[in-house]
Design a protein around this ligand. Structure first.
Ligand code: NAD
Length: 446
């Protein structure tokens, strides 16, 4: 079966979730385009969106409509070409709604797994729970044809485990989109030893059509992206705990978040990133990876305490950030959770955070926030100058930032040495494209 035949009937499982809804959107747009190509005239397309959460499926319609309109607005040139033979579609306000209608015409939404039975491709994006994933994959394998292929979005579970436990004979691959799938440029592809060649080809072709940067990772729990993120975050937590002796735990968290954002010139601080992903999701990744990797302790009791207290971060349905390690006001950090008191300690530039800023010390010359450098053609020279000045500084902030950079580099190097990544370049590509860092962890700045 070729790529285009497979694309005719696809199911997404967990379609109302953060990742599933994004995957559904990308596929709906692709299928709407395929459907309108002259060579596909008369071909029936089906995108089955399945989730156990019926209410969330209602919200999915609203999300898809708004997002498909946005995609239409951004791709008018492509759509004009696609509909060039349609004399009734002249203006953008004719073309874009037609594209949205075409996408909706392929979509079926339901809570019933049976809807997937004719699918030639199934995307699995349910919660990160191995037993649930295996159970659903087994059920699907009984339901669907024996040549149906499975793409799992798991963040951390080795693909060979899913393959073996669900008896899929290699008809499974890790197709790891980043959050949100529509925006993030990266697709990390993870084959297990048994993954069939056709599925590898299908996944590469799909990633290309979705204009994703592809990085192949090896089948070791956490893969490259979460392999780095997990250890990077655990390092920050351990540093925050050390700082707690002098500055209290909220103080330590504030300092590590601030230096990991500003002095490492990243889009957000490490605790903000953990909140963005969700403290519970992050804990789940750490527990999962810990259970598959020997000789390394990747469990963290602070995460468990946060989850037990239901301080979870993550996003609301409207995309706004929920409070986690940090409290957010208008999307910006405004306080730090004090786990012992069970309340947030609000930032106070004239009080405790102002004092901590003084301890962190002034920033080296040549400092620019991430956003300023993002599109700057001279960013590499500027970063080089900035890190040179950082190394010459003797402040608490500079020392912590340099230790953090060294640790991040070591994590990256270990991912190569332990054969999770095929090269340093692949590690850097994942951090540049999946996390929007301006430079890879394996660099000459440090
Ligand atoms: N959130 C991220 O940043 C991120 C990034 C990359 C990969 N992932 C991975 O993607 C997967 C989904 O994560 P998410 O963040 O979208 O989770 P989520 O909780 O937002 O969505 C999961 C969805 O699965 C649904 N679900 C649960 N049980 C189901 C069942 N039996 N049948 C059908 N649907 C079911 C839930 O109702 C929910 O809508 C996980 O494996 C996760 O590790 C997440």
């Amino acid at each position: 079966m070729n790529f285009d035949q497979r694309l005719q009937n696809v199911s997404v499982l967990g379609a109302a979730g953060k990742m599933g809804s994004g995957i559904a959107l990308l596929l709906a747009a692709e299928m709407a385009k395929a459907k309108n190509l002259p060579e596909n005239e008369g071909t029936k397309y089906r995108l089955n969106l399945i989730d156990v959460n019926d209410d969330a499926l209602d919200g999915l319609w609203v999300y898809l409509k708004a997002q498909l309109t946005k995609i239409g607005e951004k791709t008018t040139i492509i759509l004009r070409n696609l509909y060039k033979d349609r004399e009734d579609l002249v203006e953008n306000f004719d073309i874009i709604p037609q594209f949205v209608d075409d996408a909706f015409s392929v979509i079926r939404v339901n809570t019933d797994l049976n809807m997937a039975k004719d699918s030639k491709v199934v995307f699995e994006a349910v919660i990160e729970n191995k037993d649930l994933k295996v159970d659903l994959l087994k059920k699907l394998d009984n339901l669907c044809a024996k040549d149906t292929i499975y793409l799992t979005n798991t963040s951390s579970i080795p693909i060979h485990i899913l393959n073996e436990e669900a008896n899929l004979d290699g008809r499974i691959i890790g197709f790891h989109f980043y959050n949100p799938p529509v925006v993030q440029r990266l697709a990390e592809l993870i084959s297990c030893e048994k993954t069939i060649p056709e599925l590898k080809e299908f996944s590469s072709e799909l990633a290309k059509r979705l204009r994703k940067v592809i990085v192949s990772a090896n089948d070791i729990a956490g893969f490259i992206g979460n392999g780095h993120f997990l250890r990077d975050g655990l390092f920050a937590i351990s540093e925050a705990k050390k700082l707690a002796k002098d500055f209290s735990l909220p103080g330590g968290i504030y300092i590590m978040d601030k230096i990991s954002r500003d002095l490492l010139v990243r889009p957000m601080g490490i605790f903000q990133l953990i909140d963005y992903v969700g403290v519970d999701v992050y804990q789940c990744i750490s527990d999962t990876v810990d259970s598959y990797i020997e000789g390394e302790n990747l469990k963290e009791e602070l995460l468990k305490r946060m989850v037990d207290k239901k301080v979870l971060g993550g996003q609301r349905a409207d995309g706004s950030q929920k409070d986690g390690f940090l409290k957010y006001e208008k999307g910006r950090p405004a306080g730090v959770y004090d786990i012992d008191k069970g309340e947030y300690k609000i930032f106070d530039p004239d009080g405790w955070t102002g004092e901590l800023d003084k301890k962190i010390g002034d920033y080296p010359q040549g400092f620019y926030p991430w956003r300023k450098l993002l599109m700057d053609p001279k960013k590499n020279e500027k970063l080089s100058e900035f890190f040179k000045n950082l190394k010459a500084k003797d402040t608490l902030g500079a020392k912590l930032a340099l230790a953090y950079l060294r640790n991040s580099k070591q994590i990256g190097q270990r991912l190569v040495d332990s054969k999770v990544a095929n090269s340093a370049d692949d590690v850097n590509k994942v951090l540049l494209n999946g996390f929007y860092h301006l430079y890879g962890p394996i660099n000459n700045y440090i």
